[in-house]
Design a protein around this ligand. Structure first.
Ligand code: SF4
Length: 303
């Protein structure tokens, strides 16, 4: 995170001053080191195709498991993000290029990995008029043409709430439209300073009303309280969200927001049970869950 803003700085200092030491990571957050033939193959493919993955950029703890199953989440539109979220390890700055060949390389890789369900996300490109929606649309369009049996999930930025960008996405709609709320509204100023909670909820509702299956995800252990999580879940169901993912926040570097607490497996289980009662079709809630974790299984449940 290169450009920490004043809100984030103050919040981080305040949390660090008052925090009880967390001690060692609990056993439920221990992960395997990435190795294995499939892992190496996926890594080589991404380098050869000059593609980025959120698995690597976000230092995802599931990379050993997912890549060994030959699944990965493509991160399109470059590796520089125009926003400065307090939890995210992707570089911030002003991107300089738009890679119009990227959709073809993503789809070639989907074919090579023989994916049945592909997840594509991106950095924020707020400097572009359409926020990069055209490139998302092209990936989905090409995927439909070349790998018709593969379901497609796109995890999109908020496009600053611009409906003209949403309309571009709908020119070639995905099977699942994912947009992460990331955290409760009280923490947006530090966690997602350029985003707006209500704007993100409205985005989910907009796509739901167009007939898409919708999905969202949050991190816990970044400063929220359980009651606030339950309220957020009610808000999501009320805006037509079908699938929810909940996982433990892990601080990628010392520059990022600190972990507030290690949420117990029992609390994750409670969110899942409450979520299913509220009306979500799928709730994936456990410490190592990330937005795209087991995404192919979620797709099989709801189609
Ligand atoms: S959970 Fe998602 S981001 Fe993490 S390694 Fe798996 S596919 Fe990549």
């Amino acid at each position: 995170m290169q450009k920490i803003n004043q809100h984030q700085k103050e919040y981080k200092e305040q949390v660090e001053k008052t925090k009880v030491p967390l001690g060692k990571r609990p056993d439920w957050l221990k992960v395997k080191l990435p190795t294995g033939d499939n892992y190496t193959d996926v890594r080589k493919l991404m380098r050869r195709q000059k593609l980025n993955t959120v698995c690597e950029e976000a230092r995802c703890p599931n990379i050993a498991e997912c890549w060994n199953h030959r699944t990965a989440t493509f991160m399109i539109l470059g590796d520089i993000c125009t926003r400065t979220c307090g939890f995210c390890n992707v570089k911030s700055g002003l991107p300089t290029e738009l890679d119009l060949d990227e959709p073809r390389r993503v789809v070639d890789s989907i074919k090579e990995l023989k994916l049945r369900h592909a997840v594509i996300t991106s950095v924020n490109r707020d400097e572009l008029k359409d926020g990069g929606a055209f490139i998302f649309k092209e990936v989905v369009r090409l995927c439909r043409e070349e790998v018709p049996d593969c379901t497609v999930e796109i995890l999109i930025p908020d496009f600053k709430g611009e409906e003209h960008a949403f309309e571009i996405i709908m020119q070639s709609p995905p099977d699942i439209l994912n947009h992460n709320l990331e955290t409760v509204p009280r923490l947006y100023h530090a966690v997602r300073p350029q985003a707006k909670y209500q704007r993100s909820l409205k985005l989910i509702k907009w796509f739901k009303e167009k007939g898409l299956k919708t999905k969202s995800g949050i991190m816990v252990g970044i400063g929220e309280k359980p009651d606030e999580v339950l309220q957020l879940m009610h808000d999501l169901v009320g805006h037509g969200c079908d699938i929810l993912t909940i996982g433990q926040y892990l601080q990628p570097t010392k520059e990022h927001l600190p972990v507030d607490r290690f949420v117990t497996p029992e609390e994750f289980k409670m969110y899942k049970e409450e979520g299913l009662k509220m009306g979500f079709k799928v709730v994936e809630s456990s410490p190592l869950v990330r937005s795209s974790y087991h995404a192919d299984e979620h797709a099989r449940v709801i189609f």
